[in-house]
Design a protein around this ligand. Structure first.
Ligand SMILES: [Zn+2]
Ligand SMILES: [Zn+2]
Ligand SMILES: [Zn+2]
Length: 172
């Protein structure tokens, strides 16, 4: 629960509704303890809530408005949704010691896990398996990362990894 893990890699892109908020806030309440963020869906006030996986922002009009956003240093940041290439369930970011990865929300029925790559599940861009038509996922091998089929061990197709992307086999 440390607040010291701020990253410098925040995207510079500011959502329109955040921009709207920033312009609202220029009236002098610098350092006000409770900033008000408005819901982009219904213009209600967003509230910081505690969930199972940490704090998040939800709309005051919940449950009639289901907008929610991730909390990043006290600011709402819209959560991107990623889906499991195997079963279509939603992927959730998990961390275990120093290791961050993505797991399927249908666990334990679906045991798919994906490496985290710059905050995204590594196969959110789907790379089809040429051998069986399913998908390749990035895995950590004894030496290096590689891409293996999600149907392993039924399908043993693998490709080498180059900075987060599978390297297509050279055509000879
Ligand atoms: Zn709302
Ligand atoms: Zn799944
Ligand atoms: Zn395959």
């Amino acid at each position: 629960m440390s607040r010291d893990d701020q990253k410098d890699s925040k995207p510079a892109k500011v959502d329109a509704w955040e921009q709207e908020f920033l312009s609202q806030d220029s009236s002098g309440y610098i350092g006000a303890p409770s900033k008000r963020y408005r819901c982009p869906k219904c213009h209600g006030v967003l509230q910081l809530k505690k969930g199972k996986n940490g704090s998040f922002w939800g709309c005051e009009n919940y449950p009639s408005c289901d907008y929610s956003a991730n909390d990043e240093d006290g600011r709402p940041v819209r959560a991107k949704k990623y889906f499991c290439p195997l079963c279509g369930g939603q992927l959730r970011k998990k961390s275990h010691k120093d290791n961050t990865f993505w797991g399927c929300s249908n666990y334990p029925e679906c045991k798919l896990t994906l490496e985290d790559f710059n905050g995204e599940p590594s196969s959110s861009r789907k790379y089809p398996c040429r051998a069986c038509g399913h998908y390749l996922v990035r895995k950590k091998g004894p030496k290096d990362y590689f891409w293996g089929c999600i149907k392993y061990p039924e399908c043993k197709h693998t490709l080498a990894d180059d900075r987060g992307c599978p390297v297509p086999r050279k055509l000879r």
